[in-house]
Design a protein around this ligand. Structure first.
Ligand code: GAR
Length: 198
């Protein structure tokens, strides 16, 4: 069976949307694929319990444990690779995984690594996308599913959703409008990739 590994750092609502879609749309029967494991770099990530409730294996690889390594970022990524490779996944899905990954990690999963970013890339790479979109007076914002390359929030675009930025929107208002769309486009992008493999 083809395995998908999802990496999270927090609430895991995108992860949950993926799990829900995989069940509702029969990914195991149609594509012989399933979410095999959810891994978090944060022990307290709320999404871990949600994954357990869905009967999915979970693991924690805490980046804080590598603080004293000579190269903490690389040491963490190497440990993460070990955890992920136990599943030999066809896809590694970053779903609110709030770590910058090393080129070593990105190259290791070349062609198998995707991310969702809460802006219409290539606009607003990095953090605080919603505040920056409001501040700039954007009339539209959205979310992007893209392949991951060594350059942050770059890489080929797989899916996008557009939402309006409304007068008086707070950062939170815009974030939740965008998140609703993320839950549609991320499962759709994954399903398309699984279909392409067959
Ligand atoms: C989502 O909005 C996702 O696009 C964003 O974090 C949120 C995670 O929510 N990701 C990034 O900002 C990556 N740079 P979730 O944990 O509920 O899926």
């Amino acid at each position: 069976m083809k395995k998908i590994v999802i990496l999270i750092s927090g609430g895991g609502s995108n992860m949950q949307a993926i799990l829900k879609t995989s069940k509702e749309r029969g990914w195991s029967e149609r594509f012989d694929a399933k979410v095999a494991c959810v891994i978090s770099n944060v022990q307290e990530a709320k999404g871990l319990q949600i994954a357990k409730d869905w009967g999915v294996e979970t693991e924690v690889v805490a980046h804080l444990n590598f603080k004293s390594a000579e190269n903490p970022r690389l040491a963490f990524d190497k440990e993460l690779i070990k955890a992920i490779d136990r599943y030999s996944p066809v896809l590694v899905v970053l779903a609110g995984f709030m770590r910058i990954l090393t080129p070593h990690f990105v190259e290791h999963y070349s062609g198998r690594l995707i991310n969702i970013h809460p802006s219409l890339l290539p606009a607003f790479t990095g953090l605080h996308t919603h505040a920056r979109a409001i501040e700039m007076g954007c009339h539209f914002s959205g979310a992007t599913v893209h392949r991951v390359t060594a350059e942050l929030d770059h890489g080929a675009i797989l899916e996008q959703a557009v939402v309006p930025v409304l007068r008086g929107d707070t950062e939170q208002d815009l974030a939740s409008r965008v998140l609703t769309q993320e839950h549609i486009i991320y499962p759709r992008a994954i399903e398309r990739l699984l279909g392409d493999e067959n």
